[in-house]
Ligand binder design. Sequence first.
Ligand SMILES: *Cc1c(COP(=O)(O)O)cnc(C)c1O
Length: 368
Amino acid sequence: MENSSIYVTRSSMPDKEEYFKEIEELWETHILTNMGIKHQQLEKELIDFLQVPALSLFTNGHMALELTLQAMDFPKGGEVISTPFTFASTTHAIVRNGLVPVFCDIKEKDYTIDENKIEHLITPKTVAILPVHVYGNICNVEAIQKIADTYQLKVIYDAAHAFGEKYKGIGIGNFGDASMLSFHATKVFNTIEGGAVCYRDKELGEKLYRLKNFGIRSEEIVDGIGANAKMNEFQAAMGLCNLRHVKDEIEKRKRVVDRYRENLSDIKGIKISEIQKEVQSSYSYFPVLFQKEYFSRNEIYDKLKENRIFARKYFYPLTNAFQCYEGKFDVNQTPVAFYASENILTLPLYADLALDDVDKICRIIKDR
Ligand SMILES: *Cc1c(COP(=O)(O)O)cnc(C)c1O
């Protein structure tokens, strides 16, 4: 292994035999998709594991988010307050629904939306707040709910990074009106590609069910302009296998994160997020902010690359700096997010990353 590459992430997989056994009965049923037995079983098990009232599976996290916004029937041109320090999906989901993203800045300490800057962005057109639990750091869900209640706004969380996390002992999918989870191959829990929406309102659940299946209500009634975003049986089977091991995987990720923290704490110029109080973490990412005066993020990135270690400039660029949105937004309106995007690096993190490799990565950083 000495000279092999280290990537920023590595997908968790069950033993081959375990997966083969899980999919075996599909050769008897010949039902490969459309909410089959594996799909139903995974939904049940996830509701239980995540301690949420209800959950709907999707073929990926992005479609889950996009269709959740659609299900809420906002008027076209409605404004959604979100952050640009996120994956393309969050902002695209807003725009693809004919809604307008309004960018709020983030907090330096944990990169989540700055709840103190939300209120002055609210206008008569505001319909929702779409905050992101960035890197698994939990947003200030209480303050956000208070604002939403005051102004009668919906809250939809992008919880793609927060699988299995709890805040004050409550499953993270319980906050807001809905929370999107991603089960992409690179995430803490994967179904190869996949995603889900956690929700409470039964009517919203029924809408989501129809929208992921072309808007079909019954054999002869199609009353929604839906998409096709169903999770298939092979994805769900992968999820059933991975779910059996996810607690161990998270435990192993913790070891890696603890080692990074030991190595990189108390180094001038290196900023690591504090451990959030009352949050049970799933250790999804390990971001490091290199203060400009002491380190060059891009040099560290290149130096690691020379050693065949692939960190990621995540999130860079900000979504409000994307070419597809040129001329529409101004990165200077979110200066904290801009600074973070210019100076942050997420380091390799996966369950089986060897602690020796963690030490090696840290040494390269320190000896820059
Ligand atoms: C992964 C991710 C998504 C999209 O999920 P997919 O399952 O890849 O479609 C959305 N938002 C964030 C923050 C993500 O990291």
